[in-house]
Design a protein around this ligand. Structure first.
Ligand code: GCO
Ligand code: MG
Length: 404
């Protein structure tokens, strides 16, 4: 079998998605997600100008070799643009291989290690009453684990709150410049324990509660928050400090037993190395789409398993249904699955990308369609062209740019 065509579909059914479609001489097609939220066209150019011309004529069955050829052969390694591009190629090749075998992808990854994949959803509220309503809405949708985020008294716009719709899904600002959010770490640190207390008082002790600090804290502030949340037994504290500096986690780990999750912005094994070998985290958050595909992420999770660290793939709406499908197959297959983030997609997105995976009673199921199980409606995709959009930026109250 040979690849005879490689092309990209860029569409915006409410938000931008970049999808690679490979076609073989036997008429099989494979899809891969290359969406890098807010920087989509950089990946389009990387693929169109530098990668797709190399794929035509290759044997699609040679997934490992193609991955190494594109990773090592480029000389310039890693980085979000490169690894999102590689991920799209890798997933499209797995899709073709599984279709050729007539099997759902998870069967090629060793088969199911469990019956279903537990997902967590997002609950957000400007204040505690709105947050409690949002948790109720997620529970009504079937979720059995919920991430909780609120506004902070005195701040106008805070991560995960003002840019979300009634389903908890992030609404991206489409326009020429990013929105600006504001931030005050002391106010946040005072507020969050009270939020957990209120949610526990309302929903009891059993509901797994997650929280995302979105890289905004110093290590000692993160240690403080981890300690303050211990009485409420969070499922995890996510991205508590920027993790480019892996050393920071030693200090945090030393001070708190709150489980730690990190890695949604990582794109290679090397970003994790001491976090794993020193057991500084509990959950590895990378998504197939941003980590170079199923091939390297499977290796990472298998390595992490030796240290009792679990998978917990990033799964917001900016991972397309193609990336989400690949994730659910991998979730089902790896032994050390922890949890999967899942916010769902807009009705229009679900029409553009028809998928075999389903969400019921808080769990995802990959379905039995051969491959990853996603069909792309190219006509509908073309009717919703790319629209420039930015993630927000974050400033302290004196105007200083802060981590987002
Ligand atoms: C999460 C993330 C998202 C990101 C977004 C950026 O845990 O779901 O932090 O909310 O901000 O995916 O593109
Ligand atoms: Mg996050």
């Amino acid at each position: 079998m040979k690849i005879v065509d490689a092309k990209l579909v860029v569409t915006s059914p409410g938000r931008n998605f970049v999808t690679l479609k490979l076609t073989t001489d036997e008429g099989l097609t494979g899809l891969g997600d290359a969406t890098l939220n807010g920087r989509e066209l950089a990946v389009v150019s990387y693929l169109d100008d530098h990668v797709l011309p190399l794929l035509v004529g290759l044997d699609p069955h040679r997934i490992e070799d193609t991955w190494q050829y594109l990773y090592r052969g480029a000389y310039w390694r890693r980085g979000p643009v490169t690894m999102a591009a590689l991920a799209a190629v890798d997933v499209a090749l797995w899709d073709i291989k599984a279709k050729a075998a007539g099997l759902p992808l998870y069967q090629l990854l060793g088969g199911a290690s469990r019956d279903r994949v537990r997902a967590y959803g997002h609950a957000n509220g400007a204040g505690v009453p709105e947050l409690l309503d949002s948790v109720r809405a997620r529970l009504a949708e079937g979720y059995q684990a919920v991430r909780i985020q609120t506004g902070v008294p005195g701040l106008k716009a805070v991560y995960g709150v003002h840019t979300t719709d009634e389903h908890g899904a992030a609404v991206l600002h489409q326009g020429a410049r990013p929105l600006v959010e504001d931030w005050d770490t002391d106010a946040y640190l005072r507020h969050v324990p009270a939020v957990f207390e209120a949610v526990r008082a309302e929903f009891g002790d059993e509901l797994p509660l997650l929280h995302d600090a979105h890289h905004r804290l110093t290590p000692i502030q993160a240690a403080r928050l981890g300690k303050d949340l211990e009485p409420y037994r969070p499922f995890w504290l996510e991205d508590c400090t920027p993790a480019e500096n892996q050393d920071a986690f030693r200090l945090i780990r030393h001070h708190t037993t709150t489980p730690l999750a990190v890695g949604e912005v990582f794109n290679s094994f090397h970003d994790y190395q001491s976090l794993i070998t020193e057991r500084l985290i509990d959950y590895a958050r990378s998504a197939v789409t941003h980590f170079g595909g199923v091939t390297p992420l499977r290796k990472l999770f298998d390595f992490a398993a030796q240290y009792q660290i679990k998978s917990a793939m990033h799964g917001p709406e900016d991972i397309s249904p193609v990336g989400m499908a690949a994730a659910v197959h991998l979730d089902l297959a790896v032994h050390n699955f922890g949890i999967q983030e899942y916010s769902g997609h807009s009705a229009l997105t679900e029409e553009v990308f028809r998928h075999a995976y389903t969400f019921t009673d808080g769990h995802l199921y990959p379905g039995e369609a051969p491959g990853i199980g996603v069909e792309l409606d190219e006509e509908l995709a073309a009717a919703h062209p790319y629209a420039p959009a930015y993630l927000p930026v974050n400033r302290l109250q004196d105007g200083t740019v802060h981590d987002w």
